[in-house]
Design a protein around this ligand. Structure first.
Ligand code: BG6
Length: 469
């Protein structure tokens, strides 16, 4: 028996910068991603370089019709994508939007509507216009609040009849580690003080709340959520010191959702600010704006991690926010530790904390896939490992539903292969649809259905009944 509610939103997710390509087409301006050929760790290049795979992506810009048709074939109820801010406002600080950019997403949403697929749209998914970064140092400047609100109001007004699910900032908590790609901050991380970073975060949180308010005003029947990088942090040992350290580190992440869901700074920030010597500049208007809270909480989930007070414990690989590896878990080829039960644990924690609906908007396995030819000449990928990963995570989602957590839906990350975010590679594939584009930029860009394509189709058709516990 399926435990998934009848209206459960099954689907997949992509982001503009990792899929669209066409980085300068139809008036688009440069975004921070266009000058980050090697992911979040390197410094930006002075201009786009040919080794930046995102400049072409998977050419979703020209192939969206074919891709959405494939999503429909899998039975998607929802498709998460982002709007590239720099397609709408090429520099970010203009008054008038770029009509060609607006028209592009209009066509995409119309295509979704043909198949009854609800778009779930992220306003900002690591795509700050580059000009805002180089001229204002990104979110360090209070001016970005106004620019972002103007952008948000523009797209809400334009798509109010077409989009009913919105998210503000993708993985908003990643800014502490990746200030350039996450917060458009041009100054290198090592030159930034905690004060600088938390002031930028404050601006982003105010901007997010203003977008929430605008959405509620312009599209009263829409729902808008926050989006955090979800990563449960376990104490490495039961030593009380480790437990407390895990609590503190977890709060560094809850900080973002606490403010976006509750509408004010939580009490634990007082001590944190004192100890870190942070004095935020906050206006009365900021505090009033923050009170406009999100309708639901969305998050990405790939892994959990551990925290320890032992200085000899080394940090492992992970989704931006690394941590100490858990000796009880195995890892993906990229060293991200696989923890399906952590998803149930995290869902329960979020719901216990906020009693608001939650939406899993990213989850999946980045792996090296091999395209093989079958006897009938067709090509596919036998990605049993991905099916196993997704099955195990979805079983835990169903357990969380049984626990009483209100879950709106699940959009698997990179439902079609795309360029990875952290390392900007193409060989790290997440899709249920293989895209023939290789690490050296070669390939036909043809799409092929992987084994997981047919598996996910059945999961959706049966509303989760075919999952194996
Ligand atoms: C999240 C991002 O960090 O994880 C996505 O929101 C990203 O943009 C995904 O692609 C997986 O990370 P990666 O580096 O494997 O692509």
């Amino acid at each position: 028996m399926s435990r998934f509610p009848e209206n459960f939103l099954w689907g997949g997710a992509i982001a503009a910068n990792q899929a669209e390509g066409a980085y300068l087409e139809d008036g688009k301006g440069l975004s921070v991603e266009d000058v980050a050929p090697h992911g979040w760790k390197g410094r930006p290049t002075s201009e786009p370089t040919s080794d930046n795979l995102k400049l072409v992506g998977i050419d979703f810009y020209h192939r969206y019709k074919e891709d959405i048709r494939l999503f429909a074939e899998m039975g998607f109820k929802v498709f998460r994508l982002s709007i590239a801010w720099s397609r709408i406002f090429p520099n970010g600080d203009e008054t008038e939007p770029n009509e060609a950019g607006l028209a592009f997403y209009e066509r995409v949403f119309e295509e979704c509507a043909k198949y009854g697929i609800e778009p779930l749209v992220t306003l900002s998914h690591y795509e700050t216009p580059l000009h805002l970064s180089t001229t204002y140092d990104g979110w360090r400047s209070r001016k970005l609040i106004g620019f972002f609100e103007h952008y948000a109001r523009t797209v809400f007004a334009r798509y109010k009849d077409k989009v009913k699910y919105w998210l503000t900032f993708n993985e908003i908590n990643s800014i502490t580690h990746a200030p350039f790609l996450s917060g458009g901050i041009y100054t290198p991380l090592e030159e930034l003080s905690k004060q600088d970073i938390y002031q930028a975060i404050h601006h982003e949180l105010v901007a997010s709340a203003k977008a929430v308010k605008a959405c509620h005003e312009i599209i009263p029947d829409a729902q808008i959520g926050c989006m955090v990088l979800g990563m449960p942090i376990y104490p490495l040992t039961p030593a009380p010191k480790d437990v407390l350290k895990a609590l503190e580190t977890e709060r560094e992440n809850y900080y973002f959702s606490d403010i976006q869901v509750r509408g004010y700074y939580p009490s634990y920030t007082k001590r944190f600010f004192e100890e870190q010597d942070i004095q935020l500049e906050m206006t009365e208007d900021d505090l009033a704006s923050l009170k406009e809270t999100v309708d639901f909480i969305s998050f990405s989930y790939y892994m959990s991690t551990c925290e320890s007070t032992d200085p000899n414990q080394e940090t492992g690989e992970g989704n931006i926010l690394g941590g100490v590896p858990n000796p009880y878990l195995t890892a993906s080829e990229w060293g991200w530790q696989i923890d399906p039960e952590g998803l149930r644990y995290y869902l329960n924690n979020l719901y216990d904390r906020y009693q608001k609906p939650v939406f899993i908007v990213e989850n999946g396995l980045g792996a090296i896939d091999k395209l093989v030819e079958l006897s009938d000449g067709s090509k596919t990928v036998n990605d049993e490992y991905r099916i196993q990963y997704m099955n195990d995570h979805l079983v835990q989602v169903s357990e969380a539903i049984k626990d009483g957590v209100e879950i709106m839906g699940y959009t698997s990350w990179g439902c079609i292969d795309l360029v990875s975010f952290t390392t900007a590679e193409l060989k790290k594939r997440y899709g249920m649809i293989y895209v023939d584009r290789q690490e050296d930029g070669s390939g036909t860009l043809n799409r092929y259905k992987k084994k997981s394509f047919y598996w996910y189709k059945e999961v959706i058709e049966s509303n989760g009944a075919t999952l194996v516990e």
